[in-house]
Design a protein around this ligand. Structure first.
Ligand code: BGC
Length: 380
């Protein structure tokens, strides 16, 4: 399996991170060992409330820590880098005992992390790895490369080139596909796009998949801050520039449900999904409720489910270990090099959700109710 795309993206991210590289020592837990939970505060810094996954993550981490008696300072940064830096600075000066951070830009928090290390505050990188700093003590996430493989595979299954069990499908192609990636400043993007492209490459090489726009590099296909509107605009531009000759898009690789909805809106506005013009196969990630309804209605092909409840559990376990002056338990100590060091990680498994999986994976597990799926909206 070629890791060309992953490597290409990795070096771009590395160049960025080296520019922001800091010194400083890793936090070692301060003097928390003999304090009671009620005397300890965990600072939780989340990127944005525009995507429901981060709201669920923030709420889950907060409530699980509070249930154990800890104090929690939960902040959202509105996808604004200076706001996040300021919030983390404030958590440090207000005496946080551990920090849990899901960074907006993986390279932008080096000086905050240096301050945390100086104050002996351990830092847990939450879902998105913080790059270019040796002051990251632990990483909790999912198997991000496998997320990309799952997205590439779902595209192939949707087109009929593969069956769900991985065997060869009956479709022959060729199919026109377009590619979307996430925000390049998010370390996960290289894994998602790399895993997907490693999966799709043999089909591109064989001519079964054609990227008609010829836009295939990470820079060409990236979506700054993962924004739905940005993706919608790009899809509109792709339709105008590459599909104004009567040809049709058959599939779109999308890394995140919000981006998928932007893509689908652009396609619907151009007449896809009505009459003979079938909507292309569109992938996704995060099992957002609006997209689960679209999948249930046969509009979006699939999503990748990452159980944020389990991620919150891991963040809580790691925070508690640091507070008790222990090392959190890692299950991966090789993969996540942040440009300065390999950060020990706990990685959780992922699951692809097609229409047929909604009940077993999302409803039966209590992630969404059947009513929420039917309405396409979360109950407050
Ligand atoms: C997360 C994804 C999410 C994306 C956009 C990534 O870092 O891993 O789950 O879809 O950010 O919020």
């Amino acid at each position: 399996m070629s890791r060309k795309f992953l490597v290409a993206l990795g070096s771009a991210a590395l160049a960025l991170s080296l520019a922001a590289c800091s010194g400083g020592g890793a936090g070692s837990g301060g003097d928390t060992g003999d304090k009671k939970p009620g005397d300890l505060t965990i600072g939780v810094s989340m990127p944005t409330q525009t995507s429901e996954r981060w709201i669920a993550d923030g709420n889950a981490v907060k409530s699980k820590l509070e249930a154990k008696g800890y104090k929690v300072d939960l902040q959202y940064a509105g996808d604004d880098i200076p706001t996040q830096s300021q919030q983390v600075d404030q958590m440090i000066t207000q005496g946080a005992d551990v920090l849990v951070i899901a960074a907006i830009d993986g390279t932008a928090l080096s000086s905050q992390l240096q301050a945390a290390a100086a104050a002996k505050i351990p830092v847990i990188s939450y879902d998105r790895l913080i790059r270019g700093s040796k002051d990251v003590d632990f990483y909790v996430s999912f198997d991000n490369y496998k997320v990309g493989v799952a997205q590439g595979t779902a595209l192939l299954v949707g087109l009929g080139l593969l069956n769900k069990d991985g065997s060869k499908g009956t479709a022959k192609g060729p199919f026109n596909v377009e590619l979307f990636a996430g925000s390049l400043d998010d370390n996960n993007t290289q894994y998602f796009f790399g895993g997907a492209m490693d999966t799709l490459k043999p089909f591109v090489d064989a001519g079964t998949l054609k990227v008609k726009s010829k836009q295939t590099t990470p820079e060409q296909v990236a979506t700054l801050r993962w924004q739905q509107e940005t993706a919608q605009k790009r899809m509109e531009n792709l339709l105008t520039s590459s599909y104004n000759d009567g040809s049709k898009v058959d599939g779109v690789l999308s890394p995140y449900d919000g981006i998928s909805r932007g893509i689908i809106t652009a396609l619907q506005n151009a007449g896809y999904g009505s009459g003979a013009k079938k909507l292309p196969v569109v992938t996704g990630q995060d099992a957002e409720i609006a997209s689960i309804k679209l999948i249930n209605d046969g509009v979006q092909n699939s999503t990748v489910f990452k159980d944020t409840r389990l991620l919150a559990d891991q963040a809580v376990n790691a925070a508690e270990a640091f507070l008790q002056k222990k090392e959190p338990q890692a299950n991966d100590t090789k993969t996540y090099n942040n440009g300065v060091k390999v950060v020990p990680a706990y990685l959780l498994p992922i699951a692809t959700v097609y229409k047929d999986d909604i009940k077993a994976t999302l409803i039966d597990s209590g992630y969404w109710t059947a009513e929420e799926v039917a309405a396409g909206q979360a109950k407050k």
